[in-house]
Structure formats: structure tokens, C-alpha cells
Design a protein around this ligand. Structure first.
Ligand code: ZN
Length: 346
């Protein structure tokens, strides 16, 4: 019988992870949270010097495989403090102003104080500047900025409350679960981190038997391209769990799992694509195969670029509006879990 994700527990885990801001590079709080949780499940976790979590399962097994999902998200950073007390921001990873407009944000200062605000356009009122609103495209360089929920009217005022250049600015994740649909700015990739935490619990409970040595790797640098560039030396197979983007001519579907055949960098390992497809069939999972061009990659790619002699693959749930207000479905998560657990148990 195929492995089933404990949906209630999974959603609870996802919500907890989403409540912790973790723009790429801002990893300490989520890392601490996950390490504590992994230890409570009953495994030991080691942390990487640059940030990242490794858990080793079935230590004596052969043919080591690494499963990864990334805990970092796209976000923003304070680029400049404007003379009127608003903040110019730049993106960290691929967060565009049209996807961030009108969202509440959290500015993380050095002291630990978190100051709230909202992304607004300069011409934001339909009653005053309707024509400009219609014509302009939101852009962080020219017309979109953070308006702080503080009584600040100058750059000096802003500095006085502790904000400085380089402070991380995180978007409200806006998690919603409606009728099976999972919505948030950061389905990518916290849904898959939560799924790996469920996998750990099921391994601990003896529901999943492992024959191979398995590494679980939570990366915090996928969105800028180097999460997968440092892995244990004995890894033979590298499976990245990440969202499968939906769009014209894509087969990916919110209710299905997707086996990645190629992204904008490389074809995935042909043998692993076949193995994952066969595992999907054997598990009775609803899955498709898909190709992602022109702008997509996973943490599996940088492992090859870094010189590791691994077979690489990627698997994930169909996800709408990638890097926007993303949406997938609990059935998609179930199907990913079925394919992954079947493949890893072989
Ligand atoms: Zn991702």
C-alpha cells in the first residue's frame, strides 16, 4: 500500500514554517526551529557552516541518496532610505514588484526588532492618480517602495527606529487552506520542507523502510543558486523536491506530482527520470512528466556544477503562479509523497 501523508500534521507543520521569515541568507530562526523539531522526532541534525541542515538516516546502508527541499524564500532587502521616510528595496531572488504590491512586510533590524510596513506604489490612490495607476507597471527601481507603519517622515527618522541598509524585508506569507487548495507566497519550497519533516516522522514510526543510506538536506540558498553546491562526498543520487510550475504547454497540475525531465539548465538524469516514473506507476500515484524553460532550476543543478559525480533528479507538486501568490493542492502533495516513498524504499 502506498505511503500516505498525514494531512493534518503536514498542514500544521507548513503553517508553523511559514510563520518564520526566511528570505535567502536569513536562515537562523528557521534553522533553529527545524533542528529542534528534528531532535524531538528522534534524529540528530548537523548544521552547515554557511547555513543548512543535514540528517543522516540508515547510516550503514549503501548507495547513499540525498533528498532536499529548500527553506529559503524570495524576498527583499533595504536598498536605500528615501528622504520622505519610505524604503527603497531590492529583490533577493526572483520577487517582482507586481507580485509584492499591496502586501504587508516585516523589516528585520539588527536589534531583533521587527518593524511592519506595506509595499505601495507612489501613485497608489485611485481617487488622486487613476491615470498613472492604470499606466504604470510596478517596479522597485522607480515607483514601488515600503511605507512603514511608523510615524517617520525623513531618512533620519527611519534610522532612529533602527532600520539600516541591508535589513531583510520579508513578505507576509498569507497562508490559506481552502477546500484542499494550499495558498501562500511561499509554497516554494516550504510545502516540500514540511513534507520532508513528515517523511522523518514516518521513518521514525517504522512506516517507511529504508534500504539505502539517506541524507535529508534542508538548504537555505536555493533561490540564489548555491544551496546544492555543498553536499556529503558519498552521495550517489540527488533528488530535489521543489515546485513544478504551471503555465501554457506545461503538463504540471496542482493535483498531481511532476517528474522533472529538464529545466532551463540541464536535462535531469535519464535513468532517474525513468526510475521515478516507474515508482509513480507502482505506487498508483497521479503523476506527469514536465520540462521547465526558460527560467527554472532546482538545487540539484549546482551539485553537478560544483563537480559532484551524482545522478540528479527533481520531483514536486504542480504549483500555480510561481513566485507570485502560489497555489497547490493537498492531492499534489500526496502524489509527490507516494512517488518519493516508493522510489526511496526500492
Ligand atoms: Zn523552489
Amino acid at each position: 500500500m502506498a505511503n500516505l501523508l498525514n494531512e493534518e500534521r503536514f498542514l500544521h507543520e507548513l503553517e508553523a514554517e511559514l510563520a518564520i521569515d526566511s528570505v535567502t541568507g536569513q536562515y537562523h530562526e528557521l534553522q533553529d526551529y527545524l533542528v529542534k523539531e528534528i531532535e524531538e522526532i528522534g534524529f540528530s541534525a548537523s548544521v552547515m557552516h554557511k547555513g543548512g541542515i543535514l540528517v543522516t538516516l540508515n547510516e550503514g546502508g549503501e548507495n547513499p541518496v540525498l533528498l532536499t527541499a529548500h527553506g529559503d524564500t524570495i524576498g527583499l532587502m533595504v536598498r536605500h532610505i528615501n528622504p520622505d521616510g519610505t524604503l527603497k528595496v531590492c529583490k533577493v531572488g526572483g520577487l517582482y514588484a507586481y507580485h509584492a504590491e499591496r502586501e504587508n512586510v516585516f523589516v528585520h533590524t539588527d536589534s531583533g526588532r521587527v518593524i511592519t510596513g506595506c509595499i505601495q506604489r507612489k501613485n497608489a490612490s485611485v481617487h488622486v492618480t487613476e491615470d498613472e495607476l492604470d499606466k504604470e507597471v510596478p517596479n522597485f527601481d522607480t515607483n514601488s517602495f515600503v511605507v512603514l507603519d511608523e510615524d517617520v517622515h525623513s531618512a533620519e527618522d527611519v534610522r532612529k527606529i533602527g532600520i539600516d541598509i541591508g535589513d531583510y524585508v520579508a513578505l507576509d506569507p498569507r497562508f490559506e487552506y481552502r477546500n484542499g487548495y494550499i495558498k501562500s507566497h511561499f509554497v516554494d519550497d516550504k510545502a516540500l520542507v514540511a513534507l520532508l519533516m513528515e517523511f522523518l516522522k514516518d521513518v521514525k514510526d517504522g512506516k517507511i523502510k529504508l534500504s539505502r543510506k539517506v541524507y535529508i538536506y534542508i538548504s537555505f540558498f536555493e533561490e540564489i543558486g548555491h544551496g546544492g553546491s555543498a553536499i556529503p562526498d558519498d552521495v550517489k543520487d540527488f533528488l530535489a523536491l521543489d515546485i513544478a510550475c504551471i503555465g501554457p504547454e506545461q503538463t504540471s497540475d496542482e493535483r498531481k506530482a511532476t517528474v522533472f525531465c529538464k529545466d532551463s539548465r540541464f536535462p535531469y538524469n535519464q535513468d532517474l527520470v525513468k526510475e521515478l516514473s516507474a515508482a509513480g506507476k507502482a505506487a498508483g500515484a497521479d503523476y506527469v512528466r514536465d520540462i521547465f524553460t526558460p527560467h527554472y532550476g532546482t538545487d540539484a543543478d549546482p551539485a553537478l556544477v560544483a563537480g559532484y559525480d551524482v545522478r540528479h533528479a527533481a520531483l514536486g507538486p504542480g504549483t500555480r503562479a510561481s513566485h507570485g501568490y502560489e497555489r497547490t493542492h493537498i492531492d499534489g502533495m500526496q502524489n509527490v509523497y507516494k512517488v518519493m516513498c516508493e522510489w526511496i524504499s526500492r
